[in-house]
Design a protein around this ligand. Structure first.
Ligand SMILES: C[S@@+](CC[C@H](N)C(=O)[O-])C[C@H]1O[C@@H](n2cnc3c(N)ncnc32)[C@H](O)[C@@H]1O
Length: 365
């Protein structure tokens, strides 16, 4: 059963929403409510909102709440904005300064029609803005109830002494990239984990914080990033070592991570690296590759961002060359891995997947 809750921000009531209403549906509900509330159908807003909520499967309380943006002190300004915008959209000549030149009934008709034409645009825009606040509030509320939120806050606290660009990057990355949830759900709670191309060590630190029984080793050739990661790892069973993944001798382990790394390694060396990872993994051990699947939607956008990150020097590596997940699965199968591919795309990085490869138990050492 869905319960309706009141969304608050610093004591202000932002809106009503069902626990099961997603932030996206809240945004839509507010936009529709705003459109209806801006129309000149006073007295009918309630039935209209109930009808629209039913038609589009939206939360009735939210649609009706948003329609109340035309409350008395706001209504005259809202109506004027709708008339001005609507007259422009409909190509009508509604001039308030020459009201006496109009016949009263035709002026009334023009006002009504232009108001009606402007209501979806003006009301929809205001409802959308309201929806951003209400939907954003619901999203943050939900995130705070999530156990991963506390881990992310702890990682951010550990980076609080770093320069602003690093802090902003870490905040956005933790907020928007689903890879960390994917890793926490996938990587066993105990065992030795090797994170190749660890960068700032975000995955390594989260995994180490999530379970004290994980011993994590992060490798990267970027000393600047690694120094930041080292400073963040105080008191954890997480170690960072400067090294080139192409030559670093991977210690025996239970899990290897290659998160957004394979595409910045020279293609000719990838097969050899995967073979070395297989040899380092215990039977039943897991390799997790996160990268962009060239056959998925949005891949070209993600590819452009990754190229930019290397181009401006944020990521140091070979010029990005991406691959299809199916080809990766075939390579891993020939190395005695059982593999599955799951979507792992964020809003800024569509087309990303997790390739989760388990080394077969009976595979030769
Ligand atoms: C896109 S970043 C990913 C960082 C991290 N895995 C994450 O997801 O936050 C790629 C990282 O791979 C590292 N890298 C690229 N080529 C490398 C190499 N040959 N040896 C070690 N690290 C490398 C870069 O320095 C960079 O930190």
């Amino acid at each position: 059963m869905s319960t309706t809750v009141i969304l608050r921000f610093r004591g202000w009531v932002l809106g009503l929403a069902s626990e099961h209403t997603t932030p996206g549906r809240l945004l839509l509900a507010c936009t529709v409510g705003g459109m209806i509330g801006a129309t000149p159908f006073f007295g009918f807003h309630l039935p209209l909102t109930l009808l629209a909520a039913r038609l589009f499967g939206l939360n009735r309380a939210v649609v009706y709440g948003a329609s109340n943006l035309s409350i008395p002190p706001v209504a005259p300004f809202l109506a004027t904005a709708c008339v001005v915008v609507g007259a422009r959209l409909a190509g009508m000549d509604v001039r308030f300064d020459s009201a006496t030149a109009h016949a009263p009934w035709s002026l009334g008709r023009d006002l009504f029609l232009s108001w009606l034409a402007g209501a979806p645009v003006v009301g929809g825009a205001l409802g959308f803005l309201l929806g951003l606040v209400v939907g954003g509030g619901a999203w943050i509320r939900r995130r705070r109830q999530d156990p991963q939120w506390a881990l992310e806050q702890e990682v951010m606290r550990r980076f609080s002494g770093e320069r602003r660009s690093i802090r902003t990057y870490v905040r956005c990355k933790l907020l928007l990239d689903p890879v960390y949830r994917g890793l926490i759900d996938t990587v066993p709670k105990r065992g030795n984990v090797v994170d190749l191309g660890t960068g700032l060590g975000l995955a390594a630190l989260l995994l180490g914080l999530d379970s004290i029984e994980r011993v994590v080793l992060g490798i990267d050739h970027d000393k600047d990033k690694l120094d930041v990661a080292v400073r963040g790892s105080t008191g954890l069973r997480v170690t960072f070592v400067l090294g080139d993944v192409a030559t670093y001798e991977i210690p025996p382990c239970d899990v290897v991570l290659l998160i957004d790394v394979l595409h910045v390694l020279p293609p000719e060396g990838r097969g050899v690296l995967l073979g070395r990872i297989r040899d380092a993994l215990a039977p039943g051990g897991v390799l997790v590759v996160r990268d962009m699947d060239t056959r998925r939607r949005g891949a070209s956008w993600t590819g452009a961002i990754e190229r930019l990150a290397v181009g401006v020097g944020w990521n140091r590596g070979h010029a990005p060359e991406f691959f299809a997940a199916d080809d990766m699965v075939a390579s891993l199968a020939s190395l005695d891995f059982d593999t599955r591919v799951v979507a792992n795309a964020g809003p800024l990085h569509p087309g990303n997947v997790l390739v989760i490869a388990r080394r077969r138990e009976g595979a030769p050492q």
